[in-house]
Design a protein around this ligand. Structure first.
Ligand SMILES: [Cu+2]
Length: 105
């Protein structure tokens, strides 16, 4: 009777082990990598110093790589960069444009 109980416990313990492993391996974290950003909104940033399509392209290329940015439209004739992005990313976007050598109003 006693020996049977010991075996039963051992079987339960063995059965629980791979189950625990499996639970551990299904948890790894795609969720942990998604930073929580607000919903993107469209806003326009006045930018001085763009004088051709090359300038527009330089700004678009850099800004669209910023996390959360879903659309960028630069216009040297309007002197604006219209961005669709989470509002908390605005500072990073403006900083990126400044680093490219353009002036913000
Ligand atoms: Cu240019």
């Amino acid at each position: 009777m006693n020996r049977f109980a010991t075996i039963a416990i051992a079987v339960v313990a063995l059965a629980a082990l791979p189950l625990g492993c499996e639970r551990g391996s299904t948890t790894p974290a795609p969720a942990a990598e998604t930073v929580s950003l607000s919903a993107p909104i469209e806003f326009s940033i006045p930018v001085k110093g763009m004088h051709c399509e090359g300038c527009e392209g330089a700004i678009c290329g850099k800004v669209e790589k910023i996390e959360g940015v879903t659309a960028v439209k630069a216009s040297h004739t309007d002197e604006t960069v219209v961005v669709t992005a989470p509002p908390e990313q605005r500072a990073a976007i403006e900083e990126t444009i400044k680093k490219l050598g353009y002036k913000l109003d």
